[in-house]
Ligand binder design. Sequence first.
Ligand code: CUA
Length: 334
Amino acid sequence: MSGPARACRLVLITAAACLLGACTPQTPSVLDARGPAERRVTGLWWLMLWIAAAVFAVVIVMIVWGIVRGRSRSEEDARRPAPWGEPFVVVAGVGVSAIILVGLFLLSLRAMHVLAAPGRHDALAVHVVGHDWWWEFRYPNGAVTANEIHVPSGERVRLVLDAADVIHSFWVPQLAPKRDLIPGRTNELWIEADEPGRYRGQCAEYCGLQHAHMAFWVIAQPPSEFGAWLGDQVRPAGAPPSGLAARGRDVFLTNTCVGCHTIRGTDATGKLGPDLTHLASRDTIAAATLPNTPDVLAEWVSDPQDAKPGVSMPPTQLSSSDLQALVAYLRSLR
Ligand code: CUA
């Protein structure tokens, strides 16, 4: 690509990215495709942009030409109809426009068909459940995680999408177009990441007070690393801890925590909130909005409403020593 063409493309990318709300470096851009599904959408987007730009340029040139020519004509010339006037309007205005629109429509249908294909049936299938306001990811081997979905890079992963309460929308801008999660209806989507990496996802359908804070991470790993991760995640929580963490375990099991959370391998089997069996292996909590550090975890347990007003988790009244023990236990759940 030549220098001016590259510069022109860069300006267009920047302008388009800003228009699409991708001005901050943390915000993933839909134009920065990192997988085959999103690349198909991005390719179509660029094609539409260039065709629209070309049509716009032709129309502008003709308007300018008409103005210049109109000024230089005598009154007698102006009264005479242009010999090619009407056919030109029919061919350019109707014919060419129709060809462009029908062509783009057919290309869109083709892209939708490819994107709707559920993927190979031997592909890994992950069950995704949208909740107010967090994400549950269930793997076929029984592993369950929340707000961080691990996938093998370079492989197609089939996502089976359901909602527990209201409509949500699963969107990883760099990997695939949006797909709604609808209560009572199961949708499917496939994603594939070219390379290992972290790809930010976001709920893209307004679902209530904390909709904007309903984020998640797709973590693509080399297949062998992913296999090891999945093997770790399916294990129940480790042997009963000792010391402060052991006391924290008792705090967890004798307080309201058990009503909502599961920790596999203990008596905690609540289903309303995220599975915490391997909580400490996650980098974030609260739907990828807070870092998973001891201090943040303690603040979150004490008063989740402060960080995310309206969230289902109530404040937990604990003495500071119980809270410290509880956090030590949660941090031991690797
Ligand atoms: Cu879930 Cu918006």
